[in-house]
Design a protein around this ligand. Structure first.
Ligand code: ADP
Ligand code: MG
Length: 392
């Protein structure tokens, strides 16, 4: 990670443009969860303390490019940020042609996704953004996997481009787990579909000592092992890929365990009656919605022996109370473990929240897509651009 860091730069009197991820839920013009705004505060305060004129960029939602839509305005974010900082934060609607600002001041630029070209990483747009500042700070991990004008393009043209403390901390925490793991290293990959995580599974197999699959993904592996999965969510087209992954694990002297028991139901519903079955006894009219109690104990035992744990994806339909026990057991086993544990993924974070284990996971990634791409072993475009900028 050979990029410049904001901490190390002299920002006194400089115009500093900071890309944050302030994409928060908004309802009736009010921010309903300010976690991402609070996460950005140390970076903003540090820039102000260093004497910078601070301009902040962010996206919010998915507006149509080229059309101002009040529903996607950052106005509620400006108000919330102002309250948290204890000072007024000015929202500037049109900012691309220049922002009038003095050192010690702070301006929030209106939703960057209103501007045509942002999403396709338009070079002219990136140059205009770069022209606003002396120093560009990339601090938005959650968008670092997207090559867009405000996340990648601008880095190529800014006079100086560096990583913000939030991005830097996240990259370091994930590198510690992924590249310098305490062994044995274990990954738990659950969720709905193998297709969305095939390269994640493949890449993890090269790294980890143990891989546990869960959820709809496990169903495809169960089918690949020759068992009937009834009406379960699974992907018949990917049975061959699952078999290749199983073979790859065997070639390394390991295995991808499948559950010994599962919780099934006749309908995909919170009210469906849960029934525990051996994995080879699932009926045609049943669907697997969770791992069974014996499997939960076995996986918890494996988790207890791990030195590093990477977790993405619930192992069951945890949103339904009757089918949440497996995911709860995994979450609590990670909570009890003294391993270095990292977790990421939208639904995984919801599960962690639901089971109240947030404080006992070593690092919870803020980025879903960006987290998975790092786990896949990819270099994030924004990070590659920062490294190239530092080398210039
Ligand atoms: P993440 O967002 O953490 O990466 P995914 O989006 O891949 O996770 O998957 C989460 C979804 O998978 C949840 O909505 C959950 O209900 C679903 N899921 C888990 N197990 C099953 C299952 N056995 N059958 C159907 N859906 C499942
Ligand atoms: Mg998800």
């Amino acid at each position: 990670m050979n990029y410049l860091r904001m901490e190390d730069l002299d920002l006194a009197g400089k115009r500093v443009l900071i890309r944050e991820d302030l994409n928060v839920p908004v309802s009736d013009g009010r921010v309903t969860s300010d976690a991402r705004i609070r996460a950005s505060l140390p970076t903003i305060r540090m820039a102000l303390e260093k004497g910078a004129a601070v301009m902040i960029l962010s996206h919010l939602g998915r507006p149509v490019e080229g059309e101002f839509d009040p529903q996607f305005s950052l106005q509620p974010v400006a108000i919330c940020l102002g309250e948290l900082l204890g000072r007024e934060v000015r929202l500037q609607k049109d900012w691309l042609d220049g922002v009038e600002i003095s050192p010690g001041e702070i301006v929030l630029c209106e939703n960057v996704r209103f501007i045509p070209g942002e999403k396709k990483n338009d070079e002219g747009l990136a140059r205009s953004m770069a022209a606003l500042c002396d120093v560009f700070v990339m601090d938005a991990f959650g968008t670092a996997h997207r090559a867009q004008s405000s996340t990648e393009g601008v880095i190529r043209f800014a006079p100086v481009a560096c990583a913000g403390p939030l991005l830097d901390r996240e990259l370091k925490a994930l590198a510690k787990g992924l590249h310098h793991p305490v062994r044995p290293m274990m990954a738990i990959v659950g969720g709905s579909k193998v297709s969305t995580k095939l390269s994640v599974l493949d890449n993890l197999l090269d790294k980890v000592d143990e891989l546990i699959v869960g959820g709809g993904i496990a169903n495809t592996f169960i089918a690949a092992s020759g068992h009937d999965v009834g009406k379960s969510l699974y992907e018949p087209d990917l049975i061959h890929d699952a078999q290749m992954l199983i073979q790859k694990a065997h070639a390394k002297g390991g295995s991808i365990p499948i559950p010994v028991d599962v919780v099934v139901a006749k309908a995909f519903s919170n009210d469906a009656e849960p029934m525990v079955r051996n994995v080879d006894e699932v009926n045609d009219d049943e669907m697997i919605l969770d791992i069974g109690p014996l499997t939960a104990v076995e996986y918890s035992r494996m988790i207890a022996g791990a030195g590093t744990i990477i977790w993405n994806g619930p192992v069951g339909v945890f949103e339904f109370r009757n089918f949440a026990a497996g995911t709860r057991a995994i979450a609590e086993a990670i909570e009890r473990s003294s391993a270095y544990s990292i977790a990421g993924g939208g639904d995984t974070l919801a599960a962690i929240d639901q089971f109240g284990v947030t404080d006992d996971i070593s690092y919870i990634s803020t980025g879903g897509g960006a987290f998975l791409e790092l786990v896949e072993g990819k270099v994030l475009p924004a990070v590659a651009a920062l490294e190239a900028a530092a080398a210039r």
